[in-house]
Design a protein. Structure first.
Ligand code: TYM
Length: 334
């Protein structure tokens, strides 16, 4: 089974990206033929500082490895270093209906957020994403829920191209987790945790004192019980989801653990929100420590990381070039 997915180098990795996407990638690399990349071209659709951009791209690559991608088991590369992505993007442009792009939720959100600089790249963003995926003839694309619409477009474009020019692309399926595909903001649990609002994110590499501050001040709900109810108690439900995925315990087990039935540490009383949050802080500080340590180690080993990315580029390019040869022929370009 061939797998591919990407992440934008727009700030540090937060726990939403980790739990929704990267944690799946770590499992899949054990069995599949996996390609993971830093989507630097996508990041340029919103303003970036050219002076710090390449360091940001490098940081994202380092964070992927620190978070558990194993360069011996998967291919890691930088999108812009494989030129076939932009070439296929252009060709797919020619079969993409404008209306479908205008309907994309992410486009509507971002064009609202960057009102003064709505560039064509923001609109065409999902076509580049389709090119990223279709170039590699993949079976599955492990992503969080927010990418569902982009994956639908990718499938439509693959089918449309195949119909028009003859079978060329594999039609890929998204892979989304049942729990964790949408981790919510710590400050507004009705909205997803998003890098565009860094103050509402818990980052995978946050230091213990920062983790404590963020979790203790996370917005919770009225009432007292530690119960999973995303409708009525979105704040507690989100924290329970994070606890469950990081601590590898079911939500049911956790509800019991923090109720009067739960354990001697609670003296027969239900845990308060503060007690529950303290337990979550303790868990996160402990479980995220290896990631922090690994990132620090890798920051001092830039040459090693560059070698991994160069190996990744070479491997990715062989496959991308093969697909492009076929695409060009099918479209009558040579
Ligand atoms: P990006 O960089 O926004 O996010 C990377 C991955 O993390 C997931 N994610 C979340 N999952 C659960 N809860 C959240 N709060 C949360 N926030 C982010 C995203 O769904 C994503 O899987 N367009 C993509 C990058 C991309 C790509 C691709 C992905 C470019 N080309 C080809 C797959 C295939 C993006 O902006 O991801």
């Amino acid at each position: 089974m061939r797998i591919l997915s990407g992440i934008q180098p727009t700030g540090s990795m937060h726990i939403g990206s980790y739990l929704g996407a990267v944690s799946q990638w770590k499992k899949l690399q054990e069995t599949g033929e996996c390609f993971f990349f830093v989507a630097d071209l996508h990041a340029l659709t919103v303003p970036q500082d050219p002076k710090s951009f390449s360091a940001q791209v490098m940081q994202t690559a380092i964070e992927l490895i620190a978070a558990g991608l194993n360069p011996e088991k998967c291919v890691i590369f930088i999108q812009s270093e494989v030129k076939e992505h932009t070439e296929l993007c252009w060709l797919l442009n020619t079969i993409t209906p404008l209306g479908e792009l205008e309907r994309m939720t992410q486009y509507k959100d971002k064009s609202g957020q960057f009102k003064d600089s709505i560039n064509a790249g923001l609109l065409n963003y999902p076509i580049l994403q389709a090119a990223d995926i279709l170039l590699y003839q993949v079976d599955s694309v492990p992503v969080g829920e927010d990418q569902k619409q982009h994956l639908e477009l990718t499938k439509n474009l693959a089918r449309k191209f195949n119909q028009k020019y003859g079978k060329t692309f594999n039609v890929p399926e998204p892979l989304m987790l049942e729990t964790g595909a949408k981790i919510m903001s710590l400050q507004n649990p009705k909205k997803k945790m998003s890098k565009s609002q860094p103050e509402t994110c818990l980052f995978l590499f946050d230091e213990p004192d920062v983790i404590k501050k963020k979790i203790m001040s996370a917005v919770t709900d009225t009432g007292k019980a530690i119960k999973y109810d995303p409708e009525k108690k979105p704040g507690i439900a989100n924290l329970l989801t994070i606890y469950s995925l990081i601590g590898q315990k079911s939500i049911k087990e956790l509800e019991k653990k923090f109720s009067a039935r739960g354990g001697s540490a609670l003296d027969g009383k239900d845990a308060s929100y503060a007690q529950f949050k303290m337990a979550l802080v303790k868990l996160l500080v402990e479980k995220l420590e290896p990631f922090r340590l690994k990132k620090k180690e890798l920051l001092a080993r830039e040459v090693y990381v560059k070698e991994i990315l160069e190996r990744g580029r070479k491997r990715a390019q062989i496959i991308a070039a093969g697909t492009m040869q076929d695409v060009r022929k099918k479209m009558g370009l040579n």
